[in-house]
Ligand binder design. Structure first.
Ligand code: NDP
Length: 242
């Protein structure tokens, strides 16, 4: 199936920011969207707004069984699954000296393991179908490392590494796309627990571009013909130097 209309697209982290924008844009172009995240009321409101082309299910990507159930739900609801957007993520930045090990664990669990659980859940489905597309949201932080960002950057480097490994193993039937955004309007900075760092990040993110810009990049990868695999897209605000 080429193009976007009629594709069934499951999106993790669809309750705000990039995931929500992806759902709106793809649904507007005729895709069926399946929304997953923990904040069920937000998902329900978004699904109501989109209409019959949307379904939602509560999802915590750190729970492998829930990720499998999410994928099964998408297939039951719309009869197939064409695309998984592994978007759920968090970014509680901090210097390593603060020893916020619980936050490190959380980033590893959501950003890396959540993405892996998504891949594990869809691969057998895509193999059986003979088609499928995994879109993993990494980050510019998956290309570079800065102070306060060691663990977050490590998780996003990992997302890029496992995406590239998957792409090489995928063969000619499956497509794998990494999308690496720079500063994008969303609720991401809210996960920073250090008050001063959070304010600095909020100030820095004044140059952020709308989440719809990332949604358009994802749509570009999806709408290519099946033999064209857009491997990675880096997308930053024009005003973001690094
Ligand atoms: P938001 O905070 O707005 O969205 C994050 C989404 O992830 C929410 O929908 C949240 O939903 C979901 N989420 C968090 N934890 C879990 C979980 N355990 N299970 C299921 N869903 C979860 O930020 P963004 O839209 O910016 O983030 C989306 C992705 O984009 C992330 O992977 C982020 O790292 C990446 N990114 C963002 C950039 C930016 O500048 N905004 C730049 C580069 C990358 P809920 O809380 O309801 O579960």
């Amino acid at each position: 199936m080429s193009g976007i209309a009629g594709k069934v697209v499951a999106i993790t982290g669809a309750s705000s920011g990039i995931g929500e924008a992806v759902a709106r844009l793809l649904a507007g172009r005729g895709a069926k969207v399946v929304l997953g995240a923990r904040r069920t009321e937000r998902l329900a409101a978004l699904a109501r707004e989109i209409g019959e082309g949307a379904a939602h299910r509560t999802l915590d990507v750190t729970d492998r069984a829930q990720v499998e159930a999410f994928v099964a739900f998408a297939r039951e609801r719309f009869g197939r699954l064409d695309v998984l957007v592994n978007n759920a993520g968090l970014m509680p930045l901090s210097p390593l000296d603060q020893g916020k090990v619980d936050e490190w664990d959380r980033m590893i669990d959501v950003n890396i393991k959540g993405t892996l659980y998504g891949i594990a859940a869809v691969l057998p489905v895509f193999r059986a179908q003979g088609s499928g597309h995994v879109v993993n949201i990494a980050s510019v932080a998956g290309h570079r490392v800065g102070p306060n960002s060691a663990v977050y950057s490590a998780t996003k480097h990992a997302v890029r590494a496992l995406s590239e490994g998957l792409r090489q193993e995928a063969g000619p039937a499956l497509r794998v796309t990494i999308v690496s955004p720079g500063a994008v309007e969303s609720e991401l900075a809210a996960t920073i627990s250090d008050a001063e760092l959070k304010q600095r990040m909020i100030d820095y993110r004044r140059i952020a571009i709308p989440a719809a810009a990332v949604a358009r990049a994802i749509a570009y990868a999806l709408e290519q013909p099946p033999e064209v695999d857009v491997n990675e897209i880096l997308i930053r605000p024009t005003a973001q130097p690094t």
